[in-house]
Design a protein. Sequence first.
Lengths: 692, 87
Amino acid sequence: MAAPGQSRFVSQLKRYYALYTGGFIGFVVLLSILEQMGVPNKMLGYIFLGVTVLLYAGIGILSRTSDVAEYYVAGRRVPAFFNGMAVGADWMSAASFIGLAGTLYLSGYDGLAFVLGWTGGFVLVALLLAPYLRKFGQYTIPDFLGARYGGNIPRTIGVFAAILCSFTYVIAQIYGVGLITSRFTGLDFGTGVFVGLGSILVCSFLGGMRAVTWTQVAQYVILILAYMIPVIWLSVKHTGNPIPQVAYGYVLEKVTAREQVLNDPSTPEGAREAEVRSIFRQREKTVRDHLKALDAEGERYLASEKARLVKTVADLQARRDTDPKVLEAANRAVADFPADVATARRTWRREAEADREKSGPVMAHAEPFAGPDEATRDNKRKNFMALVLCLMVGTAALPHILMRFYTTTSVREARHSVFWSLFFISLLYLTAPALAVLAKYDVYTLLVGSSFSELPSWVSAWASVDKTLMNVTDINHDGIVQLAEITIGGDLIVLATPEIAGLPYVITALVAAGGLASALSTADGLMLTISNSLSHDVYYKMIDPKAPTGRRLFIAKALLLGVAVFAAYITSLKPGHILFLVGAAFSLAASAFFPALALGIFWKRANKTGAVLGMLGGLFTCMLYMYITYPFFGVNAPLWWDIDPISGGIFGILVGFVGVIAGSLLTAAPGKDLQNLVDQVRYPSLDGDSKL
Amino acid sequence: MQLKDKHKQYWQQNLRLTGVLLAIWFVVTFVVGWFARDLQSVTFLGFPLSFYMSAQGALLIYVALVGYYAYRMDKLDREYEVHERDQ
C-alpha cells in the first residue's frame, strides 16, 4: 500500500472515531435528560443496550467483505493506534471488566496477580513474538507452526490447542453476555445468550476480521468510558481529586485505619464486630458437630434430625400465640433440609466454611500474602508467583490476541501497536485497584455502623437479585450493621458502584453497556479464531488446497455459525466457575503454544520432532494436572508442590520447553529452507524476502 | 540467502536489548513480588511500596519497556538498513 493512501486512511479513521465518541457522549447526555423527565429505569436499560448492540451490528454490515485478506486479517492496513484499541477490547473480557475489581475488593493484594499477569504478558508479546509473527505475515497461528516446523502435524496440534483454549474462554464470555442482558432487561438467561450472540454473529459473519476490528475499536471507547466515569466520580467525592489512580493512596490509608478499629475489641465498634464473629464461631461449631454425627451415624442421623425439625413445626402450629414469621422459618428449615447424606455433607461443609470465614478478623487490604503462620504465607506467595507467570505466558500465547498483530501494515507498526495495546489496557488495569479501594471505603464507612431500618436502597435491590451477591442480616440483633454481617459478591462491585456512589441510573446503564461491550468484543475475537482455524488451517491447507476463494469464505462463515450455536448451547447448560474457565484457558494456551512459538523464532535448531513433543507434552501435562486436582472433576489427587489447579500451566510450560529442546537435539537439525525462513522472520526487511 | 556480518550484528544487538528488557521485566515482577512482605513498611505516595508496585509501578514500567523497545528497534532497523522501505 502506498504511503499517502495509508495516511489519508488514518486521518479519516481519526475523524470518524472522534465523531463517534462525541456522538456517544451526546447519547449519554440525552438519556440522562430523559431520566430527569421521568422515563422509567427499565426503559433506559433497554434503550442503552439496544442502541449499542445495533451500533455494533451496523458497523458489521458496513464492513462486510468477500475478500480473503480482508476477511482474515482486515487487509493488513490497521494503524498501530487503532489496532491497540482493538487489542484492548479483544483482550479485556467480562472477567476483567466485571470480575477484576470485585476480586481485588475481596482478596486485596493477592488479587493483584491478575493485574500483573494480564499486563506484564504484553512485554513478552512485544519482545518475543509480535514483530516476528507480523514479518511472517500469514493468517493464523497454526500457519506459523506449520510453516516453521514443516508438515501438517505441528499445524494440526496447533489447531487443536487453539480451538481448545479459545472455546474454554468463549464460554466464559457468552456466560457474561447472558448475565448482563438478563439482569438489565429482564429477559431470561437463555434468551439473553441468544440475543447477545446474534449481534456477535452479524458482525463477524459479514465482515470477518475487518468488521471485528472496527467494532472492537468502537467497543473499546464505550467500555473505557463506562469504567472510568463512576470511578472518577467516586474519587472526586472522597478526595476532591479527579485522578483516582493518584488519589486512592490517601483513601487506602483510611481503609487501613478502619480495618484496625474494626479488629480492635477495645473500641465500641470492634467489640460489636467481635460479638458477631463469636456467634459465627458458635455456628461453625454446631455445623461441624452435625457433620461429625453424620459421619458416625449416616442415614439414621439425617432421619432423626429431620423428624426433630418436623416436630418443631407441629409444636409451633399447636400453640396459638406463635409468631407467623417463626413458623415460616421453621417450615423453610424442613423444606430446605438436605435429602440424602451426600447432599447434607456438601451443604453443611459449605456452611461451615462460610461461617469460618466470617469468624476471622478483617483482612488487611494492602498486606501481601496474609496468613496466620509462616507456612500459609509462603504457600500464598508461591501460588501468587505461579499464577502471575501462567497469566503472563498465557497472554503471549492466546491465538486470538497474537493473530491481531497480523493486521498491521508492517513490522514497525506491529511493535508500536503492542505499545498502544498495553497503553489502552493499562488504563483499565490501573483503575481497577482504585475502584476496589474506593468501594471498600464506602462500605466500611457508610454501610458499617448504619441502622438496619435505614439501609440504602441499592442494598435491598441487589439482595433481591441474588443473595450471594448482596446480603445483610442482623446476626446479633442490635439493629446496627456490622462488617461481619455483610456478604458481598465480587461481581457486584463494578455493576453497583454507580448506585453506591449515588449516581443517576443512566450511569448504571452505561456500566452495563460497557460490560456487554467487553464480553461481546472478546467473544467476537475468539469465535473468529476458532472458525478461521477450521476453515483456513484444516479445510484450505489440509483438505482442499485448490479451493476457490468463494468456497473458502463460505466454509469459514458456515463454520462460524456452527461454532456459535454450539458455544451458546454449552453455555446455556451453565457450566459455571467463570474464573476457573478463564484461568484454565490461559494455562492451556501457555503450555501448548509458548515454548514452540518462542523457540521457533529464537532457536534455529528447533525442529519438527521437538515442536510435536513439546506441544503435546505441555498440553497433556497441563490438562492432566487440572483434571486430577480441580475438585469439579472429582479425582482430588494431592497437589504437586501445593500449586493450585488454575496455575497448572506452570508444569505445562516447563514440560513444553524441555520437550522442544530435547526432541530437537535428539533428531537432525531442520533443513536449509526452514532455517532461511527463521532468518526472514528475524529481519523486518531482507534481500530475498519472498513474501509481502 | 547468505547473511552478512552486518545482519549478524543487528541480531546480536536485538538479542542484547531483548535480554536487558526481559531482565528488568523479571526483577519488577518476580523479585519485587517475592520480597513484597519486606517492602510493606516503606511508603510511597501514601501507598505501602509493595502494594504500589504491584498495582501501578510495575504496569507503568511495562508500558515504558514496550515503548522503549519499539523506539530503539526503529532506530536499529534504520542503522543496519533492514527497515521496511515502503513506509
